[in-house]
Write a protein that binds this ligand. Structure first.
Ligand SMILES: [Cu+2]
Length: 378
């Protein structure tokens, strides 16, 4: 689960730069633009797409934030199933999103401030295109990654049940020890979790993101009660709800088959999670166990890349080399803070040490962001 709080702060910092960004319209009509990226101009009150009728296949959206708020862009299928998303587009910035879309009806959505249903536009996709998974190596990537999701989600259910049992037994010390461990299984498969709408915020939402419809529940609610109040005697219902939500998301994740582009996008999203939630200490603000999540996000990203590896090696061996180097640097940086089976607490790290971690993540994010383009050939 990403945060909105720290992103709001980031937005303030970039306001001046953002205001200079010209609100250029890339509107081109018809055939001339058919092959190129679809320009999306996002402001605080509008979400303009240069085209809304697309050919089946890989669609490339180029989202430019011309507003003052941090925004994000989603492509939804029926029932608000997320086909693809790109978050944290700060004012003045452009980011690309590649999504494989078979013929059908979809909705595009910009979410200024990264909240709510967003500003929606209907998308119509027609015709047919060979799915990327027709390529044997890419089909294999999806199958391999599904196996990873199955193993992680099974462990997530088990470890969450142990954590929940400790909470319900009022064993604060045991619950505190199990909290970061149970979470690692969730954080590894977070891009899959985010496909399923409200389950992710129910399990992993923060207090400042809570609403009337989605009150403060899940891991972080119990984290607060364990670390701040030291009292979970009234949390039986919250604990049961977390157990049920985790079982529900695990069942859905196991039934899901991620497309090769969802794997590629997920590998990048996990690093964005690290940059925005973990380096800042935002995610585990009461327990300061952020480095457990940090390592899990990196491992999840690595697993997605590993699944895509045979396909990537064929298409761009140099990219694979720089990704490997990037992961090795992150691992070396992280290893400095290993303590037994776990990690140092976030508040035990100096600014300089956090900067070292942040630099390594940013250096890795650069080649990882190219994976989707290489996979889709677009
Ligand atoms: Cu999270």
């Amino acid at each position: 689960m990403r945060s909105t709080r720290f992103l709001a702060l980031a937005a303030v910092g970039t306001l001046t730069g953002g205001a200079l960004a010209a609100c250029t319209s890339d509107k081109t009509d018809g055939a001339a633009a058919a092959g190129g990226p679809i320009a999306v101009t996002a402001t605080d009150s509008a979400c303009e797409l240069a085209r809304t009728t697309l050919d089946a296949g890989t669609a490339v959206f180029k989202v430019t934030n011309s507003g003052a708020k941090v925004t994000e862009f989603y492509v939804y299928a029926d029932g608000d199933r997320v086909m693809g998303e790109v978050e944290n587009i700060t004012p003045g910035l452009s980011r690309e999103l590649r999504v494989e879309l078979p013929a059908g009806a979809y909705q595009a959505s910009c979410k200024p401030g990264m909240v709510g249903q967003g500003i929606r536009t209907a998308l119509t996709v027609s015709g047919s295109a060979a799915p990327l998974a027709e390529d044997a190596a890419l089909a294999q990537a999806s199958a391999d990654y599904s196996r990873y999701v199955r193993s992680q989600s099974t462990a997530l259910v088990d470890k969450t049940a142990e954590f929940v049992a400790a909470v319900k037994a009022g064993d604060v010390a045991k619950a505190k020890a199990l909290y970061p461990v149970a979470r690692t299984y969730f954080e590894r498969i977070e891009p899959v979790a985010e496909i399923f709408g409200d389950l992710d915020p129910k399990i992993d939402g923060r207090e400042d993101g809570a609403t009337k419809e989605l009150p403060f529940t899940g891991f972080h609610r119990l984290e607060k009660d364990l670390w701040v109040g030291g009292d979970v005697s009234k949390d039986g219902a919250i604990a049961d709800q977390l157990d049920a939500d985790v079982r529900a998301i695990a069942a859905k994740a196991q039934a899901e088959k991620l497309s090769p582009l969802q794997l590629a996008n997920g590998a990048k999203e996990l690093l964005d999670e690290v940059a925005n939630g973990k380096i800042t200490g935002e995610e585990d603000r009461y327990s300061h166990t952020d480095l457990w999540d940090f390592a899990a996000n990196v491992e999840g990203s690595k697993a997605a890349v590993a699944a895509l590896r045979p396909a990537l090696v064929k298409r761009d061996p140099a990219l694979v080399k720089s990704i490997d180097e990037g992961f090795a640097k992150v691992d070396a940086e992280l290893a400095k803070y290993r303590v037994g089976d776990g990690w140092k607490l976030h508040n035990q790290l100096s600014e300089a040490q956090l900067k070292g971690l942040s630099d390594a993540i940013n250096a890795l994010a650069e080649p990882i962001s190219k994976v989707a383009g290489v996979i889709s050939g677009k």
